[in-house]
Design a protein around this ligand. Structure first.
Ligand code: GA4
Length: 320
C-alpha cells in the first residue's frame, strides 16, 4: 500500500479559531481612489476585498447551483470525474506530495474539461465559461489599475498574460462539508485547505456566506476573513511578487472548517502562458537589484507542483 493511499484526516491537528478581523482592505472599484488603495493593499496584505466589481450576480448563482448539484451527487458518481490531474474531481488529497484537507473539489483547467462531469456536463461547462469570462475581465481591470498605480507602461503588462490564448490559468470549486457539531463545540477546527501561497499572478475568490478563510499578516498572525457572498477576495500570487520585485507579496492563506454549514468557494487562478519569462519588470528596477533569478512559468510551475502545500516555493528562485 502506498504511503499516501489512505489520507489520515483524523490525524490532522485541530486548530483554535480566531476572531474575525474587520481591517481587511475594502476596494470599491467604481471609486476614483481605488488605484491608490489597491497599491496599498497589495503592499501591506497581498489581499483585499472588492465591491462594485461588475460580475453579474446571476452568473455567480448559476455556477454555485451547478457546483452544489455536483457535490450533492453520490461519491461514486463524483469519482467518475476524477482524478484531478490536470482537470477533475479530488477528495481530501491536495496536489501530489501527500497533503490532505477536509475538502472535496473540482480542479478545472479551462483547456481540458473532464468528459464525465455531473449530470449535465454541457450546462456546467457553460456556467463555468460565462463565470470565468466575467471574472477574468474584472481581474484584468484590477491588474491594469495596479500597473497604473505603479506607473508602469503599457498598462496591460500584467493583464495581457491572463488574456493570452495560451494563458495557463486554473479554476477550482471547493466544497468544505460541515464539521460535526460535537467537535465544533470544542471551539477547535480542522484544516480544510492547509496554509499556502498561490503560485500564479492573481487569484479571485468568491465563497458563500460560510466562514473559514484565514490569511497570515506580515507579522505572522493569522486572522479570520469574514465571509461575504456579494464580494470577491483577491490574492497576490507568487508570480506578481516576482514581477514587482517583492513590492507586492503573495499572501499566505488557509481554510479551516468548523461550521455546521457547508462552505463552497470558487477560485480563478490567473496565470501566464507556460513559456512566459517571469522576472521583475525593468521599469520597477531603477537603482534596484533583482531579488530573483529569471525563470519561465513552466519552470516555476513544475517546481511548485513538486512541493508540499506549506512550502515557500520562491526560495529556489531567490538570489542569495
Ligand atoms: C495552490 C493554488 C491552487 O489551488 C493550485 C494548487 C495545486 C493543486 O491543488 O494541485 C498545488 C498548490 C496550488 C501549490 C503546491 C502544489 C500544487 C497543490 C500542491 C501541493 C491549483 C495551484 O496552482 O497551486
Amino acid at each position: 500500500m502506498g504511503v499516501f493511499s489512505k489520507p489520515a484526516i483524523e490525524q490532522l491537528p485541530l486548530i483554535r479559531n480566531c476572531m474575525p478581523f474587520s481591517g481587511i482592505p475594502l476596494i470599491d472599484l467604481s471609486q476614483p481612489d481605488s488605484k491608490a488603495l489597491l497599491i496599498e493593499a497589495c503592499q501591506e496584505f497581498g489581499f483585499f476585498k472588492v465591491i462594485n466589481h461588475g460580475v453579474p450576480m446571476d452568473l455567480i448563482s448559476k455556477l454555485e447551483a451547478e457546483a452544489i448539484n455536483f457535490f450533492s451527487l453520490p461519491l461514486s458518481e463524483k469519482e467518475k470525474a476524477g482524478p484531478p490531474n490536470p482537470s477533475g474531481y479530488g477528495n481530501k488529497r491536495i496536489g501530489s506530495s501527500g497533503d490532505i484537507g477536509r475538502v472535496e473539489y473540482l480542479l478545472l483547467n479551462p483547456q481540458s474539461f473532464p468528459s464525465v462531469f455531473g449530470q449535465n456536463p454541457d450546462m456546467f461547462r457553460s456556467a463555468v465559461s460565462d463565470y470565468l469570462s466575467a471574472v477574468r475581465k474584472m481581474a484584468c481591470e484590477i491588474l491594469e489599475l495596479l500597473a497604473d498605480g505603479l506607473m508602469i507602461q503599457p498598462r496591460n503588462v500584467f493583464s495581457k498574460l491572463l488574456m493570452d490564448e495560451q494563458s495557463d490559468s486554473v479554476f477550482r470549486l471547493n466544497h468544505y462539508p460541515p464539521y460535526p457539531e460535537r467537535q465544533a463545540l470544542s471551539g477547535k477546527c480542522m484544516i480544510g485547505f492547509g496554509e499556502h501561497t498561490d503560485p500564479q499572478i492573481i487569484s479571485v475568490l468568491r465563497s458563500n456566506n460560510t466562514s473559514g478563510l484565514q490569511i497570515s499578516l506580515r507579522n505572522g498572525n493569522w486572522i479570520s476573513v469574514p465571509p461575504d457572498e456579494n464580494s470577491f477576495f483577491i490574492n497576490v500570487g507568487d508570480s506578481l511578487q516576482v514581477m514587482t520585485n517583492g513590492r507586492f507579496q503573495s499572501v499566505k492563506h488557509r481554510v479551516l472548517t468548523n461550521s455546521c454549514k457547508s462552505r463552497v468557494s470558487m477560485i480563478y487562478f490567473g496565470g501566464p502562458p507556460l513559456s512566459e519569462k517571469i522576472a521583475p519588470l525593468p521599469s520597477l528596477m531603477e537603482g534596484e537589484e533583482s531579488h530573483y533569478k529569471e525563470f519561465t512559468w513552466f519552470e516555476y510551475k513544475r517546481s511548485a507542483y513538486n512541493t508540499r502545500l506549506a512550502d515557500n516555493r520562491l526560495v529556489f528562485f531567490q538570489k542569495v
